[in-house]
Design a protein around this ligand. Sequence first.
Ligand code: AMP
Ligand code: ZN
Length: 467
Amino acid sequence: MKLYNTMSRRVEDFVPIVPGHVSMYCCGPTVDNYAHIGNLRTYIFEDILKRTLIRAGFDVKHVMNITDVGHLTGDGDDGEDKMEKSARESGRSVWDIAAFYTKAFFRDEEALDIIRPDIVCKATDHIQDMIALIQRLEKGGHTYTAGGNVYFSIDSIDDYGKLARLNLDDLRSGARIEIDSNKKNPKDFVLWFTNSKFEGQAMTWDSPWGRGYPGWHIECSAMSMKYLGEHFDIHCGGIDAIPVHHTNEIAQSEAATGKTWVNYWCHGEFLLMGNAKMSKSSGGFVTLPVLEEKGYDALDYRYFCLTGHYRSQLRFSYEGLDAARSARQGLMDRISQLRAEAEPSPAPSEAAEEYMKAFDDAMENDLGAPSALSILWKMIKDGNLSSSDKLAAAFHMDGILGLSLDKAVPSSEEKVGSEEDLKLLEERTAAKKAKDFKRADEIRDELKRRGYTVKDTPAGAILERIV
Ligand code: AMP
Ligand code: ZN
């Protein structure tokens, strides 16, 4: 298995810390609003990564957080708490907002056939873990208090910004206007806010530094270490997390433990709307329910995402989504036809095995989903492969693609024959069931006279026109 590691900027061989096991942490949604389809692109990429690791033989432990406190509208500790803002605008409580959008998020994930993480952890359930981590940092001399808030001092470590390759000298000499005058270094970040920042904050907890609430970054360090240990394999997110969120996660985690925290950093590129990143703050974002209301299936969007490599930007358009929909429907039709003809082969031929291997190789080479999709299509169109081989290979591939190909069954609309012919066919099925084989054969002969052969398929008997 090969993976691009943002830390080294190279595609590397994936070697887990514990042979055969993978520990993987993914930054989860901020539940102040519906996830938009850009966010969902990132979760689809992570799902594909997880499925590929499982296919490669690893036992994967996947942890994802739910950010229900502490994420401000600006990444640099500026702006307003997103949850509070959403509560104020909708007239509901922050807790209602969190519960509502968390439920909506998992509804979307299910519709997209994303495998639920093994552990889903809410920030608000882990405040004590965050406090303990901040105390550890305090003991190590990595924090200071100013204006009631606890800050992480980036000058207390010597490799701040290594993931994003930040040039700290440039940052210091830059003409950045600092909003928070409490900060000794403009890149220092808040570990714990006290009520000095926002009056009337609904979500607050007691802490050694006063009643308040955590900064955004500390939750991911505290929860990932709690569930995966102080050194784990893979950390994922969208690329916008690199310069601030993941940079700060690394700084505080490694300052606390004194050792490397994560071995592989994997980031998904943006979904674009026009020429800009799709974002909640821009207002013009699209959600999965909006696509579904327009008549698209969630899996049309999953297919659309698979047509682009996760490290390339993907521009959203309805024309693009239409193309994905017709490709997916074409695929489902082919699978339905094949299922009308055969069952998946329990022992696929060498040729089928070769297709499956080529597919797995493409996925295991830094998740080459677009190449893997083209291998699937080449296999489906291969005139030398039997229907049962095709089905076996397609279902194998779908273990990673997650397109629910097993839901493709010969549908009633595709049934050949007039109403009367189909009535006869039903009569034959009933006769067979009643073991009246003589009658069943008579009907078959009658249907033959009418120009059909009867085919028994796993989904029931169908008519095929004699040509
Ligand atoms: P949030 O709910 O804002 O915390 O974001 C959830 C995830 O979506 C994070 O991993 C982000 O990096 C990612 N993300 C945000 N915008 C986009 C986008 N336009 N395309 C792809 N991923 C995104
Ligand atoms: Zn995070």
